[in-house]
Design a protein around this ligand. Sequence first.
Ligand SMILES: Nc1ncnc2c1ncn2[C@@H]1O[C@H](COP(=O)(O)OP(=O)(O)OP(=O)(O)O)[C@@H](O)[C@H]1O
Length: 687
Amino acid sequence: MTTPSSPKTKRRATAETMAKSQREISVSEFFAKNRHLLGFDNPRKALLTTIKEAVDNSLDACEEAGIVPEIWVHVEQTGVNRYKAGIQDNGPGIMKKQIPLIFGKLLYGSKFHRLRMSRGQQGIGISAAGMYGLLTTGKPVKIVSKVSIRKPAHYYELRINTKTNDPEILDGIDIDAGEKGHKYIADHGIEWVTHYDPKTPDAKPAELRSGTRVTIELEAKYQRGRGSVDEYLEQTAIANPHVTIHYLDPENNLRLYSRSTRKLPPEPIEIKPHPYGVEVGRLITMLKETPETTISGFLTNSFSRVSNGIAKQICEGAKIGTRTHGKKLTRDDIEKLYHSIQATKISNPSTDCIVPIGEELLLKGMHQVVPAEFYCAATRPPSVYRGNPFLIEVALAYGGAVETTKITKELLKELLSESDARTVRQFLINTFNGLGADAADKITKASKMGARKSPGKLKPREIDALFDAMQNVNVNEGQSMNVLRYANRVPLQFSQAGCAITQSITSMNWRSYGLSQSRGNVPSGPVTLMVHMASVWVPFTSESKEAVASYPEIQKELRLGLQAVGRKLGMFLRKRQLVKQQADRRSIFLRYLGEVATAVSELNGCDRQSVYDNLMAVAQKKTAEADMKLNSSGKLVDETEDFGDNVLIVEKTTEELLNRPGANGEPDDDEPLNDGSDEAFDEMEDE
Ligand SMILES: Nc1ncnc2c1ncn2[C@@H]1O[C@H](COP(=O)(O)OP(=O)(O)OP(=O)(O)O)[C@@H](O)[C@H]1O
């Protein structure tokens, strides 16, 4: 063995030799190596990320241009582990000279430098997807873009040069507007939807006025279930009720998510940075770059919420004259200026830079996609973290069918064959949202399947048994809360555990709202919870934008939003429990009434029917709460107490609540007469 001092030790590098290998790393080289940071860690996720980046851009562009968005998503298998994803929108299109930079250069975009809510923020998404496609298949990105119905469309094929982070154009042509152009597109096999689909069979298709289509071929895997493209599009439709998406999946199924409103969300207004969010280093750079000649001018024109009066207070606090030239400040002065800013009372930034979905649309969106009995929503007022305005919205749906009961046997067979889960239990948990481990255990047990059975190797008989169990086993209690997380209307499908939203949910005590929960876990029960964070800058934990970072201000707002819907759920569950208890009592009374009336009339000779009617009247009075009804907005009929605004209740009959036949009427023939509730009976006798 050689020691560092032994003569045989190999000579180590010197500063000179090291200098030879030291050079700049291009951003594209960095991300090509670290593709997992951008959401390309495996082929399944790569397909999702590619589609997500393009669809998010389409939505951003349409909204910015004031166009009601219509998006076409086409996924096609082109080989083993190879897919082609084409995403087209009816947005404003992209200027010809910008196309190569947008799709062939990382960190190039329009959203990074502005403070305004949008889905994209970094300027890296779509070019990274193109780079991943190029690295895994060698195929260039294809783009068609059109800015006006009268102007030619631009067609490009390009690839990114990862050494220099610059675009290389392989092909580029202008395609004439009108019929001539349509013919060219058809003859040359260029993928581009030229006309809107007719909405009615007789309607004439309308020509697409403008828009962009990007087509990327990549190494990928298509698989439905949790974290899939299908899930992303469905969740996008919930949070964006103004979009219509035409989705053609690799199995040629065309799915249409139709908009429920043509009203675009209000346009967010761009704001200047708030002084509280600016750190010393940034202040130094801003002072260097400002065209303003006085500190007062610099403060009022560079920041939001700084009036002349506030600028004067800040300068006084820092002991700097308001007319001092910014460039003359020393480091020490700037430090003082920074501390004075923090110590001065400045009002919160204006919040028209963020646009909530709103309680009404949240309820509408949830109601459309999640069948349930009770819905409520809460939009919190805006708040600020690190000078950035943000707000939290929460919507909750309780009850309704479990996802496992909603699928057909054919779809189950397909899902089983696609799955890469090792066991059927794991397949159930991974595929069906909100199906917890307990529920999966119940289903596998009922289908008499060995715990380690592989989903791909089930015999037809076993698939039948599994399907029957999925339809019939009551898994309501085994379900865990299905959490839908959103940031600026974009669904977050990964890194659940590392996200401030999940952490806030698990750290809350849901037992006080009527749900069961084991410490540190999401609560159990048939609940879907949607949480949306809207901000000018969402603090993601990584560039792949999967989870929100835990700033204390954000955690506080999350907690308040969750408590608001939790309280309403608690009220609903308590009321429902009361109705159920009283209905139970009434059914016991009813079981005895006939017998008692007969016995009494035989004993004292009075009219049996009038004894029966009297007893019935008493039973109904005693159990009046069984008739308590909630109207569709959550208000108790005939009572003043209500749930507040933005609650939606889909009425269930008492019979359904009791979940057995005849519970609210005359006794069932085959039910035992005495099930031992003497207490209730005594009470009625007293009366
Ligand atoms: N379909 C489109 N229509 C119009 N403009 C687009 C479209 N797609 C992209 N752009 C423009 O290209 C820019 C770069 O898009 P890219 O996806 O790379 O980044 P981003 O959306 O700005 O941020 P992020 O990396 O967070 O997604 C956008 O900022 C936008 O200006």
